[in-house]
Design a protein around this ligand. Structure first.
Ligand code: NAD
Length: 301
């Protein structure tokens, strides 16, 4: 196994799934040493030939890291990295800097930020937008909450993974901006499903419909990236329905706690609940169109 030169520093990377794997590969390309840890051992394998070192345990990934990065499904997994056996509080990283890039609860972020700060460990919440393609191309949009000096320390690492890197405020602010991003994405996906459902029922060619919309004021990232799969009935996962539902739950929790009515977000959340109830949870977000199959008794095939 080839080990990287440690001249740029060592990143302890936790969570090598759809996004984390590509982000860690870009860190290796940029010259960072990476110690990778995932509960699924096989998730780390594709990184070895690119020079990553595998960690046997969480403590092993964290201990000698100048910076620890996590890319995990939800809040409880990130809390495990902080509070669990071999985690950051039990086994502080050499560089005393932790960056979580998952999408998780802003409330939990503020709690972890306070507990880590008391242990002299800086913590940034730095969720991302751009999907697996953005992760692969190092073109993610990264929205960062936390102290400015910690942001400045982490900025070169962010530059290896993304292009739009913005310090948006105090701890939790990165997650708030990400939740705003997610509600726009989900409502946009629903709008596309509605246009395709109406077009399909009217006998319009859906490929042409998409092309026309892409050339005008209805164009969007979602229409461009998810439209072809929706039309082809290809539900394979990039960003899973159950991950978006997790994000929409966080949107609703924050909105209710602040007494902000978000009627469109509430509606699309119900559509995602319906999709998951019909077994679409592990499918990609384009499978929201299956809800419209059921409502209209029509399919793409
Ligand atoms: P994923 O499920 O593909 O990857 C998560 C990885 O974490 C898995 O490999 C899993 O084995 C590992 N893991 C789970 N618990 C662990 C633990 N306790 N310790 C170590 N490893 C553990 O998810 P993903 O699609 O890569 O998404 C990760 C995060 O990024 C989520 O919060 C998601 O909402 C967010 N996100 C995803 C996308 C996307 O398009 N997939 C885009 C932007 C943001």
């Amino acid at each position: 196994m080839m080990e990287r030169n440690d001249h740029k520093g060592t990143v302890g990377f936790v969570g090598l799934g759809t996004m984390g794997r590509e982000m860690a590969l870009n860190l290796l390309k940029a010259g960072y040493a990476v110690r990778a840890y995932d509960v699924r051992k096989e998730a780390v394998d594709p990184l070895f030939s690119h020079g990553a070192a595998g960690a046997e345990s969480l403590a092993d990934a964290v201990r000698d890291a100048d910076i620890v990065i996590s890319m995990l499904p939800d809040t409880p997994q990130v809390e495990e990295i902080v509070y669990g056996e071999g985690g950051l509080l039990a086994s502080p990283p050499r560089g005393r800097l932790f960056v979580d890039m998952s999408t998780i609860s802003p409330v939990a972020v503020r709690r972890m930020h306070a507990d880590l700060k008391a242990a002299d460990i800086a913590f940034l919440d730095a969720p991302v937008s751009g999907g697996p393609v953005g992760a692969k191309n190092a073109s993610l949009s990264i929205m960062v909450g936390g102290e400015r000096d910690a942001f400045l320390r982490a900025e070169p690492v962010f530059r290896a993974m993304g292009t739009t890197i913005t310090h948006v405020g105090e701890a939790g602010a990165g997650q708030t901006v990400k939740l705003c991003n997610q509600l726009v994405c989900a409502i946009n996906i629903q709008a596309i499903c509605e246009a395709l459902a109406l077009g399909r029922a009217s006998g319009v060619d859906l490929g042409q419909l998409r092309n026309v919309l892409l050339g005008g004021s209805a164009a969007s990232w979602m229409l461009e990236r998810l439209g072809p799969a929706m039309i082809a009935g290809d539900d394979s996962a990039g960003f899973r329905i159950d991950l978006m539902l997790k994000d929409l739950r966080l949107v609703q929790e924050q909105a209710l706690s602040l007494s902000v009515p978000l009627p469109a977000s509430a509606l699309v959340t119900s559509q995602y609940v319906e999709a998951r109830a019909h077994g679409e949870g592990t499918n990609g977000n384009q499978a929201l169109f299956r809800v419209y199959d059921r409502m209209t008794n029509q399919t793409v095939a």
